[in-house]
Design a protein. Structure first.
Length: 473
C-alpha cells in the first residue's frame, strides 16, 4: 500500500479538537513518517470523533505552510477554507444525524454567543450538511431541482449569520434550524446511492485546486450494493494526491475486498468521564448530567435482512445520547410508541378474526400482552387502524423530522427481537416476527428509496400487517 505523503514534513500540533482519542497520535506518527496510506478506515462507536478527525486530516494534508505544516492555528489560505468547510478539495458523503448536531451547536452558541470558536462550531455543523449537496455529487440528478432553492436559502442565511453581530442572530438561527431540518428531511436518504460514488470517483481523478484532495464517506456501511462495488474500483487504483477516508461504526458490514484495501484506525470507546468532558468542552454544556440509558430491549437489534440500517443505540455513548436529546422525539419515547403501534396492530387483527367468527392465533395475543406494558405512555392499544395512525402521527409530526421514520422502524425491530427472546420459542412466534420484519423492510424501502410519503407508507404497513395476521387464523 503506497504512502500518499513524502517524509520530511514534520506535523506536530494537530487534532487538538479530538478529545480523549489516543489514535490521533498514531495518525500524526504515520504522517511524520511518510506512512499514511491513500485509503483509510476510521472505525469506532458513534460520536467518537471519527468525522472530526477526518476533517482535520483533510485540512492538514492540504496545508500550504512550509514553516509549520498542519499546525492547529495555521492561517494559510487552504487551512482557512478547510476550517470553514468550503474547500474545493474536500468532498463529503454519507448520512448522519445532522439536525441533532446542528441543534446542539446552536444551543452552544446561545450559551456563549461572544465566543468565536462556538460560532465556528455552529457554522461547521451546517456546512457538514450542505457539503452533501455539492453540485459535484448532484449533477444531472432530477431531485436537485426540488432542493436547489432550499440549499441556496440556507447558504444565504449562513452568510448573513457570519456577518451579524451577536444580538442580531436570533431570527437567523431559527431560520437556519428550520431549513436544515427541511433539507435533511427532503434531500438525504438513509443509504448512499451508486450515483454519488460514481460522481465522487470522477471528481477524485481531476487535479486538485490546491495541494491535495480528500473524499470523506461517513457511515460507509450505509452504501447501496452498487455503490460498494463502485467504491471498490476507486480503491483498486487510488488516484494521485487524493486520500479516501471511510468512517464506520460496524466495519464488519463492509465488503472484505473493501476492508482489505483500507488502513484501519480504531477510535476507542471513551469513558463516561471523558464523554462528559467532551460535552462540556465542545458543546459548552457545563450543567449536563447523563440521563438513564435506553431500555434493555435495545441490546440485540434484529435488523438483519430488513434493509434497515442498524444502530447500536445501547453502545452509542453519552455524546450520541446527548445529541439525540435535541431531537423532538428521543429513542426511549419512540420505543414506547413502537410498542403502542405493535400492540394496536395485534388488537386490530384479533378483533377482525373474532368479527369473522375465527379464533385468533394465540401468538398474536402473546405479542399484544408483551407490547402493552411498554406502551403505557401512549395509552391502551387501539383496535382500529385509523386511531392507531392518528396517535402515531400526532407524536411524530407525521415523520417530518429527518430520520425519524427509520428510527421508528428500528425500534419496532428491537422490540420484536426482545419478544422473540422472551418466553418459550415456537415456529408460530418466529413466523410472526418474520412477517413483521418483511413488512417493515418494505415500508422503509418505500420511504427511503422511492420517496413515498411516510403517512402513506404507515397506512399501507398497518393494513398489510393486520390483514396478514387476520388471514392466518
Amino acid at each position: 500500500m503506497r504512502s500518499i505523503f513524502r517524509e520530511g514534513r514534520s506535523f506536530k500540533i494537530m487534532f487538538d479538537n479530538i478529545l480523549h482519542q489516543e489514535i490521533t497520535k498514531q495518525l500524526t506518527a504515520d504522517l511524520n513518517g511518510g506512512r499514511l496510506a491513500p485509503a483509510l478506515l476510521f472505525s469506532g462507536p458513534q460520536a467518537s470523533g471519527k468525522g472530526s478527525a477526518a476533517l482535520e486530516l483533510a485540512r492538514v494534508l492540504s496545508c500550504e505552510s512550509a514553516a509549520a505544516p498542519g499546525s492547529w492555528n495555521c492561517s494559510c489560505p487552504s487551512c482557512v477554507r478547510h476550517r470553514s468547510l468550503v474547500s474545493q478539495d474536500l468532498l463529503l458523503l454519507g448520512q448522519k444525524p445532522f439536525f441533532a448536531e446542528i441543534s446542539a451547536c446552536a444551543e452552544a452558541f446561545r450559551r456563549e454567543p461572544g465566543t468565536s470558536g462556538v460560532k465556528r462550531l455552529f457554522i461547521r455543523s451546517i456546512r457538514k450538511l450542505l457539503g452533501r449537496f455539492s453540485p459535484v455529487l448532484w449533477e444531472d440528478d432530477p431531485k436537485l431541482g426540488k432542493i436547489a432553492g432550499l440549499v441556496l436559502e440556507l447558504e444565504e442565511d449562513l452568510e448573513a449569520f457570519e456577518r451579524q453581530a451577536e444580538q442580531d442572530t436570533g431570527k437567523t438561527i431559527e431560520a437556519l434550524l428550520k431549513n436544515s431540518m427541511k433539507l435533511e428531511s427532503g434531500g438525504m436518504g438513509e443509504f448512499i446511492p451508486i450515483a454519488r460514488i460514481r460522481r465522487a470517483a470522477y471528481w477524485s481523478r481531476l487535479a486538485p485546486a490546491g495541494k491535495h484532495k480528500c473524499v470523506i464517506i461517513e457511515n460507509a456501511e450505509r452504501m447501496q450494493e452498487g455503490a460498494k462495488n463502485s467504491l471498490l474500483k476507486i480503491l483498486e487504483e487510488p488516484p494521485e494526491r487524493v486520500t479516501l477516508i471511510l468512517g464506520c461504526s460496524r466495519p464488519g458490514t463492509l465488503l472484505p475486498t473493501i476492508r482489505s484495501r483500507l488502513r484501519v484506525y480504531r477510535f476507542a470507546r471513551r469513558s463516561p468521564e471523558e464523554e462528559i468532558d467532551v460535552i462540556r468542552r465542545i458543546f459548552r454544556d457545563n450543567d449536563y448530567m447523563p440521563k438513564s440509558g435506553p431500555p434493555p430491549e435495545f441490546r440485540n437489534p434484529a435488523v438483519s435482512g430488513t434493509g434497515i440500517p442498524a444502530e447500536p443505540y445501547n453502545d452509542a455513548g453519552m455524546v450520541a445520547a446527548y445529541l439525540e436529546s435535541f431531537l423532538p422525539v428521543d429513542n426511549r419515547s419512540l420505543y414506547s410508541l413502537g410498542a403502542y403501534f405493535t400492540a394496536s396492530i395485534a388488537a386490530a387483527a384479533v378483533r377482525e378474526c373474532r368479527d369473522a367468527g375465527r379464533a385468533p392465533p394465540g401468538v398474536l395475543a402473546d405479542l399484544g400482552k408483551f407490547a402493552v406494558p411498554l406502551a403505557e405512555e401512549f395509552g391502551r392499544p387501539a383496535p382500529d387502524i385509523r386511531t392507531t395512525l392518528f396517535t402515531v402521527g400526532k407524536h411524530t409530526d407525521n415523520f417530518e423530522i429527518p430520520g425519524l421514520f427509520a428510527r421508528f422502524c428500528k425500534n419496532i425491530l428491537f422490540l420484536l427481537s426482545a419478544f422473540l427472546r422472551g418466553g418459550e420459542s415456537s415456529a408460530e412466534k418466529t413466523e410472526l416476527v418474520v412477517v413483521w420484519k418483511r413488512e417493515l423492510g418494505a415500508a422503509f424501502n418505500a420511504s427511503d428509496t422511492y420517496n413515498i410519503k411516510e403517512t402513506m407508507v404507515m397506512e399501507r404497513l398497518a393494513v398489510k400487517l393486520k390483514d396478514a395476521f387476520a388471514e392466518s387464523a
